[in-house]
Design a protein. Structure first.
Length: 268
């Protein structure tokens, strides 16, 4: 009886996940990335934030009050995906219904994206973070806790702002951990690299009113959202066009309208 009921819940959960992963209608990227420049700028352990267009993206954007609804890690040539003429898989991400997978960078060539780069990681630490993600490729999540998934069916739930982030961590099932930023947060926590730690001030010297010390406490990985890498003071925002050498003098501008052309414009 239990096995039958679990199978039914799993089937229902995967059905909800497929629905949430379907594209939303009307999505148009405002400033899509130059794919070649993006590809040449990314480094291993960089986080690529994406303005997703799936149905679940609308809920995550609303709950986190952010443009970014998805995050993936650039791992360079560390994955085994792609062969021959097929594009190599240089991203590792977590998707509802799929779990942890590798993907080609071109998957997000037409999306609004942002690069967040951890500052000060040693080569060994960067390798450890990348290895953490690549070792989990193929990891699938249990979809039986449909409560964890059903909360995303309502894109804009009537929830006070202060409680919205907590809705991402609602429940205790695997779908909660299937949020893309959760596994990435665990990867950086494995080398004790901060994202948005909980900072508490304690007395640095007994009896002193002025000597204080800030102690960092690790937040639970389920509380992280894609926008946290954007907000973190420990991640640099990298803009590919500026890194590749931007010169505003080289831009081709359309001629500004002259007085004559303004006079010829139709009046309403």
């Amino acid at each position: 009886m239990t096995a039958w009921f679990d199978a039914l819940l799993d089937r229902a959960g995967r059905g909800i996940a497929r629905r949430l992963e379907q594209p939303s209608s009307g999505y148009v990227p405002f400033t899509p990335s130059d794919f070649e420049t993006l590809q040449n700028t990314l480094r291993p352990a960089d986080i690529l934030l994406i303005e997703g267009r799936q149905r679940v993206s609308a809920a995550i954007k609303y709950l986190t009050q952010s443009t970014w609804s998805h995050a993936a890690m650039f791992v360079g040539d560390r994955t085994v995906g792609g062969s021959g003429s097929e594009e190599s898989h240089r991203l590792v991400e977590v998707n509802l219904g799929e779990g942890c997978v590798s993907s080609p960078l071109s998957k997000y060539a037409t999306f609004n994206t942002r690069i967040c780069r951890p500052v000060g990681l040693s080569e060994g630490e960067a390798c450890a973070v990348v290895d953490f993600m690549t070792c989990r490729i193929g990891l699938r999540y249990d979809m039986r806790n449909i409560v964890d998934l059903a909360r995303y069916l309502l894109p804009t739930p009537p929830v006070p702002v202060r409680w919205r982030r907590r809705m991402l961590a609602l429940g205790s099932g695997d779908p909660t951990r299937a949020i893309c930023s959760s596994l990435i947060a665990q990867a950086f926590q494995s080398v004790r690299y901060p994202i948005l730690p909980d900072i508490r001030t304690v007395e640095a010297r007994s009896g002193s009113r002025y000597a204080r010390q800030e102690i960092l406490h690790v937040r639970h990985h389920s509380l992280f959202a894609p926008r946290d890498f954007d907000l973190s003071p420990y991640f640099e925002i990298v803009k590919p066009h500026l890194v590749s050498g931007f010169d505003h003098r080289s831009l081709d501008w359309a001629d500004l309208p002259t007085a004559d052309t303004r006079d010829e414009a139709p009046r309403s």
